[in-house]
Design a protein around this ligand. Structure first.
Ligand code: NI
Length: 185
């Protein structure tokens, strides 16, 4: 078990297209997932993608416990999702603040599909098929973007809504109240 270094924006590995996992239920994959889980927990994050620790495979993990500080955010069961595919359900989108362990100290307002269906495998090669909405859907879209070399700043449509967390959400700021963001504290 190792807490791995999280790569930061500017590192070319974050821009590459990750490869599908072809073999399941083996020690190598299990070890990767243990490291990802440890790293996510150490960073107090809600999600992490393998490319963020320099492993170019299509593996993401995410999950969030109920947090009394954020009563409006639904808990998400910890999920390991391999070779994920996402499709939008309907055309609705919404915008919310996101952060990323690879973009520390910053937040941006990002539009995402409100409702999605996603599928993939767990580390045993068992299929996962789910529908998700709102924050859960946002986390999955954010994490899966990492597998295609996309970081959330590329999704921001109005760059005025991108900045340092401390400035955006300071007490004197006219900005929106803070909300928890995937992959960051
Ligand atoms: Ni991220």
């Amino acid at each position: 078990m190792t807490v791995r270094k999280v790569l930061r924006m500017g590192e070319p590995l974050l821009l590459t297209i990750a490869e599908p996992v072809t073999e399941f239920n083996n020690r190598e994959l299990d070890a990767l997932i243990i490291d990802m889980r440890e790293t996510m927990a150490a960073c107090d994050g809600a999600g992490l993608a393998a490319p963020q620790i320099g492993v170019p495979l299509r593996v993401v993990i995410f999950g969030i416990d109920h947090n009394p500080r954020y009563p409006d955010v639904e808990p998400i069961t910890e999920t390991i999702l391999i070779n994920p595919q996402i499709e939008a359900v309907g055309n609705e989108t919404d915008s919310a603040w996101e952060g990323c362990l690879s973009v520390p100290g910053m937040r941006g307002l990002v539009p995402r599909h409100t409702h999605i269906r996603y599928r993939g495998m767990n580390q045993k090669g068992e299929e996962i098929i789910r529908q998700a909405s709102h924050f859960h859907a946002r986390v999955v879209q954010h994490e899966c973007d990492h597998l295609d070399g996309v970081l959330y700043p590329q999704r921001i449509t109005d760059m005025r809504h991108f900045g340092f967390t401390e400035e955006l959400f300071s007490e004197n700021s006219a900005g929106n109240p803070s909300m928890p963001c995937e992959t960051e504290k």
